[in-house]
Write a protein that binds this ligand. Structure first.
Ligand code: ZN
Length: 344
């Protein structure tokens, strides 16, 4: 199966600011670990360097007023009225290059969708993507531009039937909202319950409206759910619905803030549970646009997405992280050299 991996060195050239949980360094760390494990080779044809999305691409979902405000705030200085668009709060700081960063991430997800649509790749992975909280006219939850919505919208415009699966610790509220009233997209989100975690939505009774009734599926999980409960919930909620919906393409958000060491959420998932779900998505997907998502323990983000990339390519990842990598990134918080399930 043909795979593509979207990556730009510019991904980690942006900084949300000291003390912000989202570190773009996690993308460099993941990329370096994938290479160190031999899962990408020098001049690998699978690596596609994305271009930033154009303004008109963003307007497929976002309002012109909001895009104007992002553009005006790109210098890193707040402009009057920015707060009304969710900009400048602790979660969504105005940092230098904020708009450039958002356009680049969105460009990578759009390219991933285009590669899959054209048949150039059966699977395309954008580790920087999955910014699922952004709304059409407002930043939310570290997300400025909703790249999953843009990727799905591109696929719909090309006549594809799309299912969206979101296994981030947080409810995929922005994606759900974008397709809440249509039966053209099936959205399924498994997450920590909104009673204990941002954004406070994603309950079972949120099932869609109008033509979209029944096409939004939410599986809220209790804190401390762990692999067993999370994977059981996935197995009960996802495969039969996907088989019934018969998508041409699955777009998935593979957030790893579900992990037991994550500082923001409390789901206690390990690489074992995560990889089981990634493998199930692979077996369900005729074509697959895979996106990153949350994940705030950078060592575990790198481990998890390295393993996901191995699964996408049907290859075995090594048991141990190479020593040279451990030495180079000794400050990144790897507790030991195990690639899988080394979290206790
Ligand atoms: Zn999250």
């Amino acid at each position: 199966m043909n795979t593509a991996y979207l990556y730009s060195d510019a991904f980690h050239g942006f900084d949300y600011g000291a003390g912000h949980p989202l570190k773009t360094f996690r993308l460099k760390l993941t990329h370096e670990l994938i290479k160190a494990c031999g899962l990408l080779v020098p001049d690998d044809p699978r690596v596609i360097v994305p271009a930033p999305a154009k303004r008109e691409d963003l307007l497929a979902f976002h309002t012109p007023e909001y895009i104007d405000m992002l553009e005006a705030s790109n210098s890193g200085k707040a402009v009057p009225g920015a707060a009304a668009y969710g900009l400048g709060s602790g979660d969504n700081p105005i940092f230098p290059g904020m708009y450039d960063w958002s356009r680049l991430v969105a460009g990578a997800s759009l390219k991933a969708a285009a590669l899959v649509d054209s048949g150039e790749a059966a699977i395309a992975f954008n580790i920087a993507g999955g910014l699922h909280h952004a709304l059409s006219g407002r930043a939310s939850g570290f997300c400025y531009i909703n790249d999953p919505v843009l990727a799905i919208t591109l696929l719909l415009a090309r006549g594809r039937r799309v299912a969206y699966i979101d296994i981030d610790a947080h409810h995929g509220d922005g994606v759900q909202a974008a397709f809440y009233d249509t039966d053209k997209v099936l959205t399924i989100s498994l997450h920590e319950t909104g009673t204990t975690l941002f954004p406070g939505t994603g309950f079972e009774q949120e099932t869609g409206e109008g033509a979209g009734k029944g096409y939004s599926v939410n599986v809220p999980l209790p804190p401390e759910a762990g692999d067993e409960l999370f994977v059981r919930a996935f197995t009960e909620a996802v495969p039969q619905r996907i088989e019934r919906f018969r998508p041409d393409v699955i777009v998935s958000q593979l957030g790893v803030d579900t992990f037991r060491s994550d500082p923001l959420a409390h789901l206690n998932v390990t690489t074992e549970g995560f990889c089981t779900m990634v493998g199930m998505i692979k077996s369900l997907a005729p074509k697959w646009v895979a996106l990153g998502g949350g994940g705030y323990d950078v060592a575990n983000v790198a481990r998890a997405w390295t393993l996901a990339w191995a699964i996408m390519n049907d290859v075995q990842a090594p048991e141990e992280i190479p020593l040279s990598f451990m030495e180079q990134f000794s400050g990144a918080g790897f507790p030991d050299r195990k690639l899988r399930d080394a979290f206790s």
